[in-house]
Design a protein around this ligand. Structure first.
Ligand code: AMP
Length: 114
């Protein structure tokens, strides 16, 4: 099967500004930032989207959220706050079929999202 765009980033076949990486996850800056800080945290396992995650993926997904918060801390967003977003499917605007958690911060945000 061909690699997803984000698998190519993990494999360093496509350049990215990687801000954190370990055995299970990789975090890099979004190429088209929607906030002063916009980072994507992805599992190295190519789970297409949260709807396709399996019960056995719970360790990866828990780890991903813990690391998202750590990255937010490290980027100075703890006090001001930030948003974590998972887009799942067409109505959510999902464009890349490799699960990714958007970390957005550095400006106030409205709710609900458009
Ligand atoms: P989504 O719409 O939730 O699927 O989000 C996909 C995100 O991937 C978008 O915010 C894009 O700007 C981002 N993106 C696409 N290509 C790249 C890339 N090569 N490096 C970093 N971010 C990317």
């Amino acid at each position: 099967m061909s690699k997803t765009l984000f698998e190519k980033i993990i494999a360093r076949e496509i350049p990215a500004d990687i801000v954190y990486e370990d055995d299970l996850v990789c975090a890099f800056r979004d190429i088209n930032p929607q906030a002063p800080t916009h980072v994507l945290i992805i599992p190295k396992k190519p789970i297409p989207r949260i709807a396709e995650a399996r019960p056995e993926d719970h360790k990866i997904l828990g780890h991903l959220l813990i690391k998202a918060a750590e990255v937010a801390d490290r980027l100075g967003l703890r006090q001001s706050g930030y948003r974590l977003v998972l887009n799942n499917g067409p109505h959510a605007g999902e464009a890349v079929p490799h699960l990714h958690c958007h970390l957005l911060g550095g400006r106030p945000m409205t709710w609900p999202p458009g």
